[in-house]
Ligand binder design. Structure first.
Ligand code: NAD
Length: 293
């Protein structure tokens, strides 16, 4: 009997993570036995500074690779032998693959969002897109939007300096005019001429309920994507649909990042549609909603 392929997740407070279920079920579907383990800094009594030691432990124990999440997506970079070009551009890693004794960092959050938008809203207009939230998820989404050839990404954040810093970084990578940074108070003006809105703040999660901007700003011709996926139907998506907008839930990005990480760990081709059906089972019956793209 062969031993299972081992992978896992390093982060803090990761008990509720859906990744073990998503990865292990998809492996089974493909005839592979996989054990996806949690390395929870909180449970282990460790802090972000211990990520290097924990990474070495997972490599020495023979794991094929690990996902990395809050609060060590940046801190892990100092402990890698190699970084993919996309992860270097974004400045964050969510997937580390151990190969030939080397630890190679990737970012599949951005490609997860890209694939989700392509699959869920394939004909979405992309001349001008507003991105609300310039944190870790926002940086990955912004990278995806540039790779999808969005003309201009207008970044908004309550922390205006953060929005401007991300926009400056995007312009440095993609060229003049490809990004702008604004305070969140400029939402009405900035959204007026936009094709789409991507929401990448924690507002709408169970712990941060509510709307991140006034519902009156959601016009029927605006598409609206959320990165929050617990709940799958956020207040923002519900209100956007009521106002006639086409929507994309955060489960698309969650499945996309998991599928690409799975491919990197196993070398196998996962089925993202099957993984999405599994995610919808996991986040609760009746959540999908026929109008959620
Ligand atoms: P973060 O803390 O790094 O960044 C959040 C940013 O939002 C901050 O810059 C903050 O100033 C800003 N912000 C907060 N409230 C705001 C508001 N009302 N208006 C404008 N800006 C506001 O957080 P993060 O790691 O980027 O995570 C954000 C969300 O993305 C979380 O809910 C997380 O669960 C989700 N996420 C989803 C996926 C996925 O696969 N779907 C992947 C990563 C993160």
């Amino acid at each position: 009997m062969t031993s299972p392929l081992r992978t896992g997740l390093i982060g803090a407070g990761i008990g509720p993570s859906l990744s073990p279920a998503l990865h292990e079920r998809e492996a089974r579907e493909l005839g592979l036995e996989c054990r996806y383990e949690r390395f929870d800094l909180d449970v282990l009594g460790l802090g972000p500074a211990d990520v290097g030691g924990l990474l070495a432990r997972t490599r020495d124990e023979g794991l094929a690779g690990v996902n990395v999440t809050h609060p060590v997506k940046q801190a892990v970079i100092a402990h890698l032998d190699e970084l993919s070009a996309d992860a270097a551009a974004i400045g964050a890693v969510n997937t580390v693959v151990f190969s030939g004794g080397r630890a190679v960092g990737h970012n599949t959050d951005w490609s997860g969002f890209r694939d989700g938008l392509r699959d869920g809203l394939p004909d979405a207009a992309r001349t001008r897109v507003v991105l609300l939230g310039a944190g870790g998820a926002g940086a990955a989404v912004a990278h995806a939007l540039l790779r999808l050839e969005v003309g201009t990404v207008a970044v908004l954040d309550t922390d205006a300096a953060r929005a401007r810093a991300l926009a400056a970084d995007l312009v440095a990578r993609a060229g003049p005019g490809r990004a702008e940074g604004h305070p969140a108070t400029a939402a009405a003006v900035v959204l007026a001429g936009a094709d789409g809105l991507v929401h990448a703040t924690p507002v709408g999660m169970a712990a941060h309920p509510g709307l991140p901007l006034p519902a009156e700003l959601l016009r029927p011709d605006l598409w609206v994507a959320d990165v929050v996926y617990r709940p799958l139907e956020t207040e923002l998506l519900r209100r956007a649909r009521e106002r006639g907008c086409r929507t994309l839930d955060g489960g698309r990005m969650a499945v996309g990042q998991a599928a690409e990480a799975f491919r990197l760990f196993t070398g196998l081709d996962p089925d993202p549609a099957r993984m999405r059906r599994h995610l919808l089972e996991l986040v609760g019956p009746g959540r999908e909603g026929s109008r959620v793209a």
